[in-house]
Design a protein around this ligand. Sequence first.
Ligand SMILES: NC(=O)CC[C@H](N)C(=O)O
Length: 201
Amino acid sequence: MNTPVIGVLALQGDVREHLIALAAADAVARPVRRPEELAEVDGLVLPGGESTTISKLAVLFGVMEPLRARVRAGLPVYGTCAGMILLADKILDPRSGQETIGGIDMIVRRNAFGRQNESFEAAVDVRGVTGDPVEGVFIRAPWVESVGAGAEVLAEHEGHIVAVRQGNVLATSFHPELTGDHRVHSLFVDMVRADRTPESL
Ligand SMILES: NC(=O)CC[C@H](N)C(=O)O
């Protein structure tokens, strides 16, 4: 099977770590900043970083509307942390000027697990990832307050939702790209492959 091309939105955040993780999970990975670059990928990762900054830069680079349109049209997307916030249909506590791309019928609370000095790691069982629990790295992480009927909860930590999937859109509060364990990225690459079948076989 030919290799899917997966972009990483490269406006701000931990872009490089995702490029490395995607390559390790057998995708061709490339940074995406412009609408023309977005048009060429089979899937997209929204990295961790600062969600308000990413949203403002996406508007500035003219890529916000094209992003919304492609996600609505079914582009497979995976967001970690700030990326999860960008994929929420609703943010509980948005900063001024903060917009989302949307894609998952969920409400997120930013910085829900505390500020930077309250960052932590925890073992997380993720549905669809076989073997040992994933090492969840939480950095000023959001959690999901609630999901709508179409969204599937894939993981919880201490009673809070930390991984969700709705159709082709996947989001985690934590950062698998920082751990060297590429199983969550492999899950996403499989979603992208499934989306490309059968026309591109
Ligand atoms: N590690 C992260 O991506 C932090 C997300 C950040 N707290 C935000 O609101 O965007």
